[in-house]
Design a binder for this molecule. Structure first.
Ligand code: F6R
Length: 247
């Protein structure tokens, strides 16, 4: 694991955007695994800036997202389909057909999971961007998820529902289930970049970096990946007890 400690959220976003831009410039037809949530929003803004300046093009890029809530229409403002359009896709020149996000709608969710695994087979990731749950989740792989998991339906934990309720006007509206890429597929990415900022992530960062590799902390699996970079700000790193590289 390579660990970069950033000064703050903006600095974290700058470092991440620089690394992702490098991947896109070196391989204009790269496949990117993408995350939603607060952590990558600043990074996406900077990637949009680079696109607007003519430094990046997304016309040959493919993307696969980590997860989606069950039961939210794609045009629901809380859905991850909406989030990705709003925060990245509608601002860059990525063809619609190159975008892949799990489908949490319909009566055959298990079938949707299988279909998504087929997509993942077809699009091996050059880079996977991750956020970190306060309970150590990656994607929506909650503590206890087998490391060998593929795309599956998840019952979200009370902690995740509570953490995500800040984004809903009525906390009761937070979906209780999601579809997520499994840990096995996340780890197949050639390169992984994980973002974490803020004190609320400090315990999870500590467990991910300094704890045992255990399914009780899904992010700890990244200790076994040969090209995982954690970009975490000082607050998120505040419980780490070793001296790590800073930028
Ligand atoms: C989102 C995702 C989640 C989030 C995590 C952190 O696609 O897979 O694992 O990355 O819950 O969320 P934020 O960034 O909002 O703190």
């Amino acid at each position: 694991m390579k660990i970069i400690i950033a000064e703050n959220y903006n600095h974290m976003s700058e470092i991440a955007a620089r690394l992702i831009s490098k991947v896109i410039i070196e391989k204009p037809c790269a496949t990117l695994g993408l995350a939603t949530g607060t952590s990558p929003i600043g990074t996406y803004r900077l990637l949009i800036d680079n696109y607007e300046k003519g430094i990046l093009s997304f016309d040959k890029i493919n993307t696969v997202n980590l997860d989606e809530y069950v039961g939210l229409d794609f045009d629901n403002e809380q859905s991850y389909h909406y989030f990705m359009n709003d925060n990245l896709f509608s601002h860059v020149n990525i063809p619609k057909e190159n975008v892949h996000i799990p489908n949490g709608l319909g009566n055959d969710l298990k079938g949707n999971c299988k279909d998504y695994d087929e997509i993942l087979k077809k699009y091996p990731r050059d880079l996977q961007l991750l956020g970190l749950g306060g309970n150590g989740h990656i994607g929506f792989n909650e503590p206890g998820t087998p490391f060998k998991s593929f795309t599956h339906i998840v019952d979200l934990t009370e902690r995740t529902i509570k953490d995500n309720s800040r984004l809903f006007s009525d906390p009761k509206d937070v979906p209780k289930q999601a579809i997520t890429m499994g840990i096995m597929e996340i780890c197949r990415a050639k390169k992984i970049i994980l973002l974490a900022s803020g004190k609320s992530k400090a315990d999870a960062v500590y467990a991910m970096v300094s704890g045992d590799v255990t399914e009780n902390c899904p992010a700890s699996v990244l200790q076994l990946h040969n090209d995982a970079t954690l970009i975490i700000d000082k607050d998120a790193a505040s419980k780490l007890d070793r001296n790590f590289m800073t930028e």
